[in-house]
Ligand binder design. Structure first.
Ligand SMILES: [Zn+2]
Length: 138
């Protein structure tokens, strides 16, 4: 199998192994970015030499402008490894990134809904309850 076939195979692998739904976008120079999960849990970036896996995270630039700030969990050169090893390692990195991301979710103390950290107000309150129970205006 040549490099372009392996690249195509990795696209197929990532789009089926990331948490659904998977949103795929093509950047310059054949770089593919895959965002898996709703809310997003894992981001994978595929280049012509590497696969990079990140845990999705957000940093608040201003109180109303969240900025994506993914945390890298691993990167590997897929051309230098056997195909089965690449699939195996990438699969494990996706699983690990997803577990870490989900471990940061908290249950809202009013409605009990599991909510990602970037959506929570202080004291583990989701946006809906912050408005309803605490009179926070968005
Ligand atoms: Zn709530």
């Amino acid at each position: 199998m040549d490099a372009s076939e392996r690249y195509e195979q990795l696209i197929a692998f990532l789009s089926t192994h990331l948490p659904p739904p998977v949103e795929q976008s093509e950047e310059a120079n054949g770089i593919m970015v895959f965002r898996g999960g709703s809310p997003v849990e894992v981001i994978a970036t595929l280049t012509h030499t590497s696969v990079i896996v990140d845990e999705y995270a957000v940093r608040w630039g201003t109180p109303t402008a969240p900025v994506d700030r993914p945390r890298r969990v691993g990167a590997l050169n897929w051309r230098r490894l056997p195909e089965s090893t690449v699939m195996n390692v990438v699969g494990q990195l996706i699983k690990g990134a997803r577990e870490i991301r989900r471990s940061r979710y908290r249950a809202c103390r009013f409605c009990g809904r599991t909510t990602p950290p970037e959506w929570l107000h202080d004291d583990d309150v989701c946006p809906g309850c912050a408005e309803a129970e605490m009179g926070v205006i968005h």
